[in-house]
Design a protein around this ligand. Structure first.
Ligand code: NCD
Length: 316
């Protein structure tokens, strides 16, 4: 087995073989999830705690379903209503939870680096479900699985990531993953939404959609993250849609079989045309959600195996 990590905090530390290991296992969990009886007991006896300090619909539901499907005891902490509101620090919360002996901790937090900090303080395996502008590793893995299944490979593809790159941990994790797998990555968006010195990541930068999309195999759209903007990034949503919103005409510049992706939640009519998002011949947005459950099952399974091995070694 080539997955030795103790935690899944980001794509950055992963070796390409580890990425492939997760995706291969996830393929088998796609099959399991399509059965009438979609249950395994690989996490039986283990406790998974979901801690979401930031709102989430699909990611939290996906981790919860993944944990249940593998037979774990899953608990969702309602962080909005927790002691955090009473002034408890992240570390105190972590230590309190640690004393309850969780085996896997799934954390989403609005601050970059908060999940790494927490991982240092607990005895269990930690999965990053998105930290600030930093990383969202399971999103990049589910995107990779979706691409690999649609295109039959995960290397030497032309992949466009479009829109609000600057505020996107999804873009960051995807740039890292798709780069490690030797794809050609183009970032398309207005200069105000492009991080400084991004070319150092080995990507090509465009501010024109038609030029950037030419010859692409994969078109990944990002949500305009209005909650992370303090004004002045775009002239207006109408103007943004006109220049950067994906519609059939702009997509016609990509390859005829190019797939359209979006991590959700979508702003229809802002970064993507609603009809195109629903076009099952082009859009793989629903597949991404399906792959999300499978990838999270695979990641939890691999981390639990490593955890059990470490505990066995410690006891020996
Ligand atoms: C993404 C996130 O939360 O980072 N969504 C998700 O996990 N499905 C992207 C976003 O919020 O736009």
């Amino acid at each position: 087995m080539t997955f030795r990590a103790k935690h899944l905090l980001g794509i950055e530390p992963l070796h390409p073989d580890e990425i492939t290991t997760v995706l291969d296992l996830a393929d088998s969990y796609v099959e399991l999830s399509r059965q009438a009886k979609k249950h395994s007991d690989v996490l039986a006896g283990l406790t998974v705690i979901n801690m979401f300090f930031e709102n989430s619909t699909r990611t939290q539901a996906s981790f919860e379903i993944a944990g249940h499907r593998l037979g774990a005891d899953v608990m969702n902490m309602a962080m909005q209503a927790s002691s955090i509101k009473k002034g408890e620090t992240l570390i105190d919360t972590a230590l309190t939870l640690n004393a309850m002996h969780p085996d896997l901790l799934v954390v989403r937090h609005p601050h970059s680096g908060a999940v790494n900090l927490l991982a240092e303080k607990v005895n269990c395996a930690v999965l990053n479900a998105g930290d600030g502008l930093h990383e969202h590793p399971t999103q990049a893995l589910l995107d990779a699985l979706t691409i690999r299944r649609a295109k039959g490979r995960l290397h030497r593809l032309n992949i466009a990531i479009c829109g609000d790159i600057a505020h996107s941990r999804v873009a960051r994790s995807n740039i890292l993953l798709l780069g490690k797998m030797e794809n050609r990555i183009r970032l398309i968006g207005p200069p105000t939404l492009m991080p400084a010195q991004i070319e150092e990541f080995g990507v090509e930068v465009y501010d024109d959609m038609r030029a950037g999309l030419a010859g692409c195999d994969v078109v990944m759209m990002l949500r305009l993250q209005k909650e992370r903007m303090d004004g002045g990034f775009i002239p207006s949503q109408r103007e943004y849609y006109h220049r950067y919103g994906l519609d059939a005409e702009k997509l016609s510049h990509a390859k005829p079989d190019a797939i359209v992706m979006h991590p959700g939640p979508m702003n229809r009519g802002v970064e993507i045309d609603g009809t195109l998002a629903d076009d099952i011949n082009r859009s793989v947005i629903q597949e991404q959600v399906e792959m999300g459950v499978a990838v999270r099952m695979a990641a939890m399974d691999l981390l639990a195996q490593n955890l059990r091995n470490r505990r066995r070694e410690a006891a020996a």
